[in-house]
Design a protein around this ligand. Structure first.
Ligand code: ATP
Ligand code: MN
Length: 518
């Protein structure tokens, strides 16, 4: 709290508020952004402008001799030179210098005090400062007093575009990571999720380097036994929704590390999808969106400031960010023991995969490397209806090393701790997208519950004729017919064809990796 000089970065703005208190950020946001209001629930409503989802095609990583052999170069990690990075960095700083007032958020990533990373966010929009204050681990006044120099600095100049004529730029948006100077520059996108996922991307570099597995997953713990489980999954598969479980302690909803001493959350907040949020089906998330939370790109009633969670007129990807302590059953500090269950969530738009299958260690590696799901509308710019995608480690866009690095760490930890691995389809049943319907949330919750209480470990199974894994065929509170997908389709032959087609997609995708994973 208080002011800080950012001169070391060439930032000359004098009015810099460091770790600005929440009520002041509210007041500044209302003044600075004419569209911002306070929701009836107390959340700050803010708008991210043109970009309402991440821009994965605009992500760049600096090619540097020290890390060139560590990075998985390709469409996910597109190289830029050190020179181009500095052109964008300077542009970002020039823009920040035109602002009358800046915000500096100094906080931590990682709940393990031994390995936590000091993150500094420098931005001009109070909403961005509030967002990162919410999503990072907030330092105590003592920790802030002895904070020292940050490990990673994010320069967020998202209101200002990149220069398209700068070499390697393909749009006005650029999100650039320099692993050597540990800096991230954001130009041309005000979507706040870029900052959070920028931190995660850096963690995906630093953690494996230290033998720690970083994971795109949520995590919960049993209240009595302390046993934990992690739920891996790509965007929209249910990590956040399913981890908001009143029967369990919440460790975190999106990003975790697995070290030799157990698991820990990377973040200090949760970032939930708000589309169709209702107090009946997701009361924990609904109640967490109160004073101190940020609601992005939602539509509200002018008179009452009540939010209409069913209005997608700005985007399908409306979001709410809230500090983890807003969740009544949060486990603070957000750490837990080695997972007893590892769950892969997939949102299968073909309606082919079973609601739950038990995986052998080999099958677990196959599905981890495959990272199959169907993209759901909106989280990425330009995606408006579901489409099958394969994203290694269920987090392809955020990987820095080759997927085999993460897969080997996971294999080793599964072996060492003997965790059970499950594949859970939260997507379509009774037919593909268009014919069938989304798996009922109550069905998926019953399955996750049965995994947690141990009953699925001994439940009856039947071998899937196409995929070869063991499909669980009995589960409390779930009709037997639902558990065997073919039974939910009107036309069994059509089911068989769809299954073969999906298997073909799996094989074509996996061919890219065969030989690289031991
Ligand atoms: P991200 O990585 O983008 O944060 P996520 O994995 O956390 O994605 P959620 O925010 O949990 O995804 O989104 C899942 C969405 O799907 C929610 O809006 C939830 O209400 C809806 N949903 C519908 N049916 C199910 C189901 N059977 N299981 C899980 N979620 C479901
Ligand atoms: Mn989530």
């Amino acid at each position: 709290m208080g002011s800080i000089s950012l001169e070391q970065y060439g930032i000359t703005v004098v009015d810099v508020d460091r770790n600005c208190p929440v009520p002041k950020l509210y007041a500044d946001a209302l003044r600075a952004d004419a569209r911002s209001v306070i929701a009836a629930s107390g959340s700050l409503i803010a708008y991210s402008g043109e970009k309402t989802g991440r821009s994965p095609l605009d992500k760049r990583v600096v090619e540097h001799e020290d890390s060139i052999d560590e990075v998985w170069w390709g469409s996910i990690n597109i190289p830029i030179s050190d020179d181009v990075f500095h052109i964008n960095r300077e542009r970002a700083i020039d823009y920040l210098n035109t602002r009358p007032r800046l915000y500096c958020v100094d906080a931590f990533a990682g709940w393990d005090p031994k390995t936590r990373i000091r993150i500094r966010v420098i931005c001009a929009r109070p909403y961005h400062a509030l967002f990162m204050h919410t999503m990072l681990i907030r330092p105590t006044p003592e920790e802030l007093a002895e904070y020292g120099e940050p490990d990673v600095v994010i320069f967020n100049s998202g209101q200002f575009p990149a220069n398209r004529r700068t070499s390697g730029m393909t749009s006005k948006t650029s999100v650039d990571l320099d692993l050597e100077s540990r800096e991230i520059v954001i130009l041309g996108t005000e979507y706040a999720g870029e900052m959070k996922k920028g931190v995660f991307t850096y963690m995906n570099y630093a953690a494996p380097k230290a033998g720690i597995l970083s994971m795109h997953c949520s995590a919960t713990a049993d209240r009595e036994t302390g046993k934990t489980s992690v739920l891996f999954g790509l965007s929209g598969t249910g990590k956040t929704t399913l981890s908001a479980d009143p029967r369990r302690l919440l460790i975190g909803d999106d990003e975790h590390c697995w070290s030799d001493s157990g698991i820990y959350n990377i973040e200090g907040g949760c970032y939930a999808k708000a589309m169709f949020l209702s107090p009946d089906s997701e009361p924990e998330i609904f109640d967490a969106l109160r004073y101190g939370a940020v609601l992005e790109n939602v539509i509200y009633d002018e008179e009452t400031h009540g939010v209409d969670f069913s209005d997608a007129s700005i985007t399908q990807n409306t979001r709410g960010a809230y500090p983890i302590e807003h969740v009544a059953n949060a486990q603070i500090p957000c750490v837990g023991e080695h997972p007893a269950d590892v769950i892969f969530l997939t949102c299968d738009a073909f309606g082919v995969l079973p609601p739950v299958a038990r995986l052998t260690p080999e099958e677990a590696m196959y599905h981890f490397i495959s990272g199959y799901t169907a993209k759901i509308a909106g989280t990425e710019v330009g995606v408006t209806e579901p489409e099958a995608t394969f994203s290694p480690c269920f987090g392809g866009p955020f990987l820095v090393w080759h997927p085999s690095k993460y897969a080997e760490l996971l294999a080793q930890k599964l072996r060492q701790h003997g965790a059970n691995v499950w594949l859970v389809n939260t997507g379509w049943t009774g037919g593909a997208y268009g014919t069938g319907s989304r798996m009922k949330l109550s069905v998926t919750r019953a399955i996750i519950n049965a995994i947690h209480n141990g009953s699925l470990s001994t439940a009856a199974t039947r071998t899937d004729p196409v995929f070869g894994f063991e499909v669980v065929t009995e589960c409390a509170d779930v009709a037997d017919d639902v558990l065997w997908p073919e039974n939910t389709w009107q036309d069994a032959a059509a089911y068989g064809q769809a299954a073969e087609k999906l298997k073909g997609l799996f094989e074509a995708n996996f061919a890219k990796f065969s030989g690289s994973v031991s």
